[in-house]
Design a protein around this ligand. Structure first.
Ligand SMILES: Cc1cc2nc3c(=O)[nH]c(=O)nc-3n(C[C@H](O)[C@H](O)[C@H](O)COP(=O)(O)OP(=O)(O)OC[C@H]3O[C@@H](n4cnc5c(N)ncnc54)[C@H](O)[C@@H]3O)c2cc1C
Length: 377
């Protein structure tokens, strides 16, 4: 069980961490500013170099271009990339979700076609789950796919689609059988080529002004029949397995790591003045790392981590928000303002604007807590 797999780093883990840190230093613009660990910045060159090193699709089977290195080693690499605020946005979703999804559910043709491209860091995916009025209750998706000669015609609207404006494809959860009574039946996942005729991608500006997510409208978009992931009608089971990949990793507690480190490095006296609160934050951070590591270790051991995954997402994202709120509070004390650098203040502003999204993206706190409660039955 989760408590039995506490993280005790092996020497090989430390060596892998050192290699990733060296890589980031060599492959990143030396003047890169500290950033949030939210996988945001899009840098195809960085993604390609990372892939060349074997660190994209690293848990995918070697036969399909991956490195077969397992979930724990991937966890280490991802933690280091997020700790550095590295520009991993281009390949992020394909590496975290789409690759494992296709590897698990197939079919073989899709594995052969997409996994080597994903592992090379040059095939980028968006996740088309949410729709207007359909986020938490995903089983209510209305986007429809109608059988036609040679494939499907897909019509509907997806919202909050991160990175769709830069992605090649979108994994689209849609209703392929409108007739069934069970809401969880009749759903399928199709790969939509975002350059297809009938696709419109419009930006939804984020509140800090950046362009992160989009509204994607699909009107009679033709999707060839061989772009069905897994089985027709099994979309619900498949998408819930995809959400396991999305929720339990370091991206749920590393978003504000650089902000915390800037404060530790440059304003230790200010933090000491609020030691009990800061200590509590860091003890939560340490516990979360161990929980997330345990999930990766369970995957490598062939165990099912699903009941524990929403715990990491819930505890991790609430921790991130409370860390931002604490740092805003300390750095705003008039007698301590000078202790905090310009880099810190800039990043704090970005974290403040982003932090409401931490507990929404990938499933809201309320939904995750419902899952945790049901998982205990
Ligand atoms: C930064 C960011 C990136 C995102 N990227 C993507 C993406 O790439 N692809 C994608 O498909 N989606 C994406 N999303 C959308 C995200 O998954 C949804 O916003 C989220 O699932 C919530 O859905 P909703 O916005 O429709 O809110 P709603 O489902 O309408 O929820 C509104 C409120 O009601 C509460 N609520 C709803 N149902 C229940 C219930 N049964 N019990 C208790 N409370 C409930 C919720 O907790 C929430 O507080 C992204 C969101 C963010 C913020």
């Amino acid at each position: 069980m989760i408590a039995a797999r506490m993280y005790s780093p092996a020497a090989s883990d430390q060596e892998l961490r050192r290699q990733v840190r060296d890589f980031i230093q060599q492959n990143r613009d030396g003047a890169a500013e500290p950033d949030l660990g939210i996988g945001g910045a899009h840098d195809p060159g960085f993604s390609a170099a990372l892939a060349e090193r074997g660190w994209v699709g690293m848990a995918l089977p070697r036969d399909y271009g991956g490195s077969d290195r397992g979930a724990v080693e991937r966890w280490i690499v991802v933690e280091e990339l997020l700790a550095a605020g590295a520009p991993v946005g281009a390949h992020w979703l394909a590496d975290r979700q789409t690759g494992p999804l296709i590897a698990r559910f197939g079919p073989e043709e899709l594995r052969k076609r997409f996994l080597p491209e994903i592992a090379a860091g040059r095939c980028w995916f968006a996740a088309g789950m949410s729709e207007p009025d359909v986020g938490s209750d995903l089983a209510s998706v209305r986007t429809s796919a109608r059988r036609v000669d040679g494939g499907w015609l897909v019509t509907g609207t997806k919202v909050w689609t991160s990175g769709a404006h830069r992605s090649h494809y979108m994994v689209t959860l849609c209703r392929t059988d409108p007739a069934v009574n069970d809401r969880h039946a009749g759903l399928s996942q199709l790969i939509v080529d975002l350059s297809s005729s009938g696709v419109t991608v419009r930006p939804i500006p984020f509140m800090d002004g950046s362009h992160h997510f989009n509204e994607v409208t699909l009107i009679d978009v033709f999707v060839p029949g061989d772009l069905l992931i897994g089985e027709e009608g099994q979309g619900w089971a498949q998408v819930t397995s995809e959400l396991v990949s999305e929720r339990g990793g370091p991206d749920r507690y590393m978003s504000v790591f650089q902000l915390l480190m800037l404060a530790v490095r440059h304003a230790p006296d200010a933090l000491s003045s609020r030691a009990p609160e800061f200590g509590a934050i860091m003890s939560r951070f340490t516990t979360l790392r161990r929980m997330s590591y345990s999930i990766a270790a369970m995957i490598d051991a062939g165990e099912n981590p699903a009941p524990f995954v929403p715990m990491v997402k819930d505890l991790g994202t609430v921790f991130e928000q409370e860390a931002v709120s604490f740092l805003r509070d300390v750095s705003g004390e008039p007698q301590r303002m000078d202790h905090f650098t310009d880099d810190f203040q800039r990043l704090l502003t970005k974290a403040t604007l982003n932090s409401p999204a931490f507990t929404v993206r990938g499933g809201t706190t309320q939904i995750l807590r419902g899952m945790i409660a049901r998982g205990l039955r």
